[in-house]
Design a protein around this ligand. Structure first.
Ligand SMILES: *Cc1c(COP(=O)(O)O)cnc(C)c1O
Length: 438
């Protein structure tokens, strides 16, 4: 049995018959059937026939410490044996309180209150609603517009999609979406940071009284194809938002939890005090190490105070059934234990090993814009055919690599299990795949 459609593995065929796969054209999925996975161990995923694949993109950027990590399993199991779930309205529990305390402490107290959701998109919805409602509570209900960056991605529920600029995900639903403002994204490949800031400054100067917030994926716009910018842009963005009285929402759903080499991507701006932090900071994906769905919206004291009232219409009455789920919070606390024990330094070390192993690709004539931030590494294949992403993905499997390029951008975002031999093996596997495809 092979994976090429004609002799599809039984589990893949059953899946295609009954499971509606995400981000997938089901009509075309028969040519690219799902990989039937049996188990995961460390960075490896094993299929039902025992072949293994290095999870070079951390299963859509969620996995931090490998699959079936022992520490995370132990934390979740202990919680499962005491309190698997209880509602968070009118009740509370140790895992959610500890997690909120620890995340706020990591901002030096600049962000002081944590709201919880179940996935990235629900965190974006919370932030959009809190931003608008905070202004409304301050008599500024006209401030209801949102500004996002071109190519930005913030999730796919209707509110989140309204601030997402990826045509393939968005266009069909455009009639249902809020009208948000888009500004050019700074892009290290284009050297356009000053123009991007000037355009944003002009928009804020003319429309701030109708704008609630600006959203940003700090340092790396993931779904846009790992488009990178410098911490300088973020510092200037903070200054502009403050000057014009517009909230700043840092969507660290992908880049948080150490991906950039620091726990928060925002820390690369070297904030000197609370005023240098965003008004909202969102985490999800890696927060549970890729074990359970959870998202967190950290908000400033000023935002929280805007809801401080006995009048229930001024309170934030948003909820999800699994808000603050104890199992997910226990996993997140176990992730934070790793960072308390020096994980940032290990991420930085692993970033250096990846840089060294992939450096020769910069000389490859097929490759452009080899770039890296922390353990996120990417390069473009400008001359490749339009279907290169799919062919690279399939060829990668033959080299024991689970990798999913975005358009003509190949990227790696591996679990934090890279050592020098692994980095060398990854560079070799990626180069072999490239040789097969381009
Ligand atoms: C993945 C992602 C989201 C959405 O998260 P989901 O859990 O998929 O809903 C939002 N923002 C960014 C930056 C992301 O990468």
């Amino acid at each position: 049995m092979t994976n090429n459609g004609s002799l599809m593995p039984e589990l893949a065929a059953r899946s295609l018959a009954r499971v509606w796969h995400p981000c997938t054209s089901m009509a075309r999925a028969a040519q690219r059937p799902p990989l039937p996975l049996a188990r995961g161990e460390g960075p490896w995923l094993f299929d039902s026939e025992g072949r293994r694949y290095f999870d070079a993109i951390s299963s859509w950027w969620v996995n931090l410490f490998g699959h079936s990590d022992e520490g995370l399993r132990a934390a979740i199991t202990a919680q499962l044996n005491t309190l698997p779930h209880a509602m968070l309205a009118g009740c509370t529990h140790e895992p959610v309180v500890r997690l909120a305390e620890r995340l706020c402490a990591r901002t030096g107290g600049a962000l002081a209150h944590a709201s919880f959701g179940s996935d990235g998109a629900s965190a974006v919805e919370i932030a959009l609603k809190q931003s608008f409602h905070a202004w409304r509570n301050q008599g500024r209900a006209g401030k209801r517009g949102f500004v996002a960056l071109r190519g930005g991605y913030h999730g796919e529920t209707l509110g989140a999609l309204s601030v997402t600029d990826v045509a393939i995900f968005r266009d069909a639903y455009d009639p249902l979406l809020m009208r948000s403002r888009l500004v050019d994204a700074p892009d290290s490949r284009l050297g356009n940071q000053d123009q991007a800031l000037a355009a944003l400054a002009a928009l804020l100067a003319s429309e701030a009284d109708q704008l609630a917030a600006v959203l940003i994926e700090p340092l790396v716009q993931g779904a846009a194809g790992m488009v990178m910018h410098s911490p300088d842009y973020l510092r200037e963005l903070r200054r502009l938002c403050t000057a014009h009285g517009v909230h700043l929402i840092a969507d660290e759903i992908a880049v948080g939890c150490g991906r950039t080499g620091r726990f928060f991507a925002w820390s690369h701006t070297e904030p000197a005090g609370p005023a240098d932090w965003p008004d909202f900071l969102l985490l999800s994906k890696g927060i549970t190490g890729g074990t359970l769905p959870l998202s967190v919206v950290l908000g400033s004291e000023a935002v929280f105070q805007a809801f401080w009232s006995d009048d229930p219409t001024r309170a934030f009455l948003h909820s999800h059934s699994y808000t603050g789920n104890p199992l997910a919070c226990a996993a997140a606390n176990a992730v934070l234990d790793r960072f308390d024990a020096g994980q940032e330094a290990r991420c930085a070390e692993q970033a250096a090993w990846l840089a060294q192993a992939f450096a020769p690709l910069a000389q490859d004539p097929r490759v452009a814009h080899l770039r890296q931030r922390g353990t996120i590494l990417a390069f473009d294949l400008p001359g490749a055919a339009a279907d290169v992403a799919e062919r690279f993905h399939l060829a990668g499997r033959a080299h024991g690599l689970l990798i999913r390029p975005i358009g003509r951008t190949v990227y790696l975002m591996p679990p934090y299990l890279v050592d020098p031999p692994t980095a060398a093996w990854l560079a070799e596997a990626v180069t072999d795949t490239l040789n097969d495809v381009v």
